[in-house]
Design a protein around this ligand. Sequence first.
Ligand code: MN
Length: 236
Amino acid sequence: MRKPIIGITSNHSDDYTQCKLNKAYIEAVTSAGGLAIVLPIISEQGIIGEYIDEIDGLLLTGGVDIDPLLYGENPLPVNGELDPLRDYFELELLSYADQAELPILGICKGCQILNVAMGGTLYQDLYKQKKTVFKHFQDAPRWYPTHGINIEGNSYLYKIINKKNTKVNSIHHQGIKDVSSDFNITAQADDGVIEAIEKKDGRFVIGVQWHPEIMWENEKENFYLFTEFIRQSKNQ
Ligand code: MN
């Protein structure tokens, strides 16, 4: 039987002439038993739907900030770099992926775009807009877990990780503000920052604010996130 094909979203290079992707995502998917395919950023709507026909699971990766107009806000001065073409591409991908009921794993920006696609909002900058906030953009090595999270006991995430408390890395200055009504909050840091969400219908549509793709070699529970994603993708 062939391996499940996992479409992984890419980033633009700084000058917008290339699509690129950190190899850590590819290595995590490959090690967990998936066949990793990099999805280049395109604008042709019909072809975006064809990508979804070809893949068994969708992995939304990290990147720059999401255009606040997409969640009904004007940009504050603290809002960072935007990539409108990537936002458009990923929102289109998500509308097709949702119709096709594909398993979806959203990581960092990928977690945020999942929330925005389903009607949620973001903090444009946690430090400026939220009263109590830990350091969520760590200066430690990227793989190193720097803050704790509390996981909801009745969540899919808990079934996968099998722990109510764990530690994660943190490389984000934005975060979820209002969660989409289609999602449950399934993990938070002690300062209230939302660290994971999942779709209420029980399918594998999970967003995590941390970066499991650079933690799984040291922290097994992050590997289980990928193996369960691939296992669900097998059924497509
Ligand atoms: Mn964090």
